[in-house]
Design a binder for this molecule. Structure first.
Ligand code: HEM
Length: 416
């Protein structure tokens, strides 16, 4: 039994490819909740924290743990993150608080009200058109447009550049294919940084009310942000907000197609959109882990952690912890309370959580308005990653709701 636990290599994307790790996580939570993952290949060893309470404790503790040496397994194992101290997610202490304060201005209720309305209009349009066509690749035709469109709105990216940026982000970050060349990814990342460099210059000359302009006007301790800081933090919104939201949306459709009773509860309105969104987020847990480096000798769950150790926090396990969630392996859209850790916790709690919830809520709302139901219509494709989980291809066949579509088309025609 112990051998089996030791054999699982959490750094290898292949470990997650089509393998159900439910039993593995369940065993870790009960037998070795703060588990030493041995060094494998050229990777150093690291701690694997699988219980909800221990995960929360590490997230909360930014005195004994830092994000400045990376917050993902890939950067932690490589020995650091080149954006440390500049990009919000990998900056700590005073600078993190100040930078977060600046960025929060762009996430103000006023700015988000306008953006949320655009999410609503775009999502309804994409879903209504796909349902009318009858079939689509949900990942490509719907989900890939919503989060990127939202982030592009936040950043004020001109409409003409959006398709180009989407292509770049796909090769820069993903995980879609096992054979994505590291060089292609690197070049795409550089192109994105160059693109934002130009946009930053332009916004400095003529500011608007987008994130870039907010960053351009921001100061920490009387000093303006450097161009590198601005560019990296624009980029971080794409890294943080695109694929995670996209994968949650795709997962919601996949999961609902396999849980007809839950779909009926949602469609009939017996379950509210707000509670449904939280369960979809818990269930999908698109970011499987985040991580920290220990700064001072300390303890987690009674286990001694030494300064310098890498500690990884597994949402895929914490969100299924039987000590916190009743029947954690049941997808129940009416689950309350539902204090999942999909968006993390503590000082680095996800900046885009509100927006991600809006996106999912609008998606579920559009699905139940325009469609009576849907099914998976062909082979699906999973992404290849040790950080994110979900599908890159999801062929779907819809059963239209004629009344919902007719009403949409009438009101749309009336507006246009
Ligand atoms: C941070 C998850 C959507 C921007 C985080 C963290 C998690 C997370 C777990 C904490 C990381 C850590 O503690 O090291 C998710 C998930 C999303 C999502 C699951 C979708 C379902 C978004 C969106 C945006 C965004 C839509 C922006 C538009 C960020 C940023 C941070 C962050 C900037 C860093 C915050 C900080 O360090 O203070 N996200 N996120 N995220 N997220 Fe999200």
């Amino acid at each position: 039994m112990t051998e089996l636990i030791q054999d699982v290599d959490l750094a290898d994307p292949q470990t997650f490819n089509g393998h159900d790790l439910t039993d593995y996580w369940q065993r870790l939570r009960s037998e070795s909740p703060v588990h030493w993952h041995p060094p494998l290949g050229k990777n150093p060893g690291f701690w694997v924290v699988s219980r909800y309470a221990d995960i929360m404790a590490v997230y909360r503790d930014n005195v004994n743990f830092t994000s400045e040496r990376g917050n993902l397994l890939v950067t932690l194992l490589a020995g650091g993150d080149s954006a440390a101290g500049q990009m919000l997610a990998v900056t700590d202490g005073h600078r993190h608080r100040e930078l977060r304060k600046i960025m929060l201005k762009a996430f103000s209720p006023r700015a988000l009200e306008r953006i949320s309305e655009r999410v609503r209009v775009n999502t309804r349009k994409l879903v209504a058109e796909a349902v009318e066509r009858g079939t689509c690749d949900f990942a490509e035709d719907i989900a890939s447009h919503i989060p990127m469109g939202t982030i592009a709105d936040l950043l004020g990216v001109p409409a003409a550049d959006r398709e180009f940026l989407l292509t770049l982000t796909k090769s820069a970050l993903s995980s879609d294919a096992a054979d994505t060349q590291e060089m292609d990814a690197l070049m795409a990342r550089n192109e994105i940084l160059l693109y934002f460099g130009e946009l930053v210059e332009e916004r400095r000359r003529s500011p608007g009310d987008d994130v870039i302009s907010v960053l351009a006007g921001g100061e920490i301790d009387g000093q303006a942000l450097t161009e590198d800081e601005m560019v990296l933090n624009c980029y971080s919104l794409i890294i943080g907000g695109d694929e995670t939201s996209r994968l949650s949306m795709i997962d919601s459709v996949f999961t609902l197609s396999h849980h007809p009773r839950q779909w009926q509860l949602l469609r009939s309105g017996e379950v509210g959109l707000g509670t449904a969104v939280e369960e979809v987020l818990r269930w999908a847990s698109p970011a499987m882990h985040f991580g920290r480096t220990c700064l001072k000798d300390t303890e987690v769950g009674g286990v001694r952690i030494a300064a310098g150790d890498i500690v990884t926090l597994w949402h895929s396990s914490g969100n299924r912890d039987e000590a916190v969630f009743t029947d954690p392996g049941t997808f129940a859209l009416d689950r309350t309370p539902n204090k999942h850790i999909t968006f993390g916790y503590g000082p680095h709690f996800c900046l885009g959580a509100y927006l991600a919830r809006v996106e999912l809520s609008e998606l579920l709302s559009a699905l139940r308005t325009f469609s009576q139901g849907f099914e998976i219509a062909g082979p699906t494709q999973r992404i290849h990653s040790n950080f994110l989980t979900g599908f890159s291809e999801l062929p779907v066949r819809f059963e239209p709701d004629p009344a919902g579509l007719a009403h949409y088309n009438e009101t749309r025609d009336a507006v246009s």
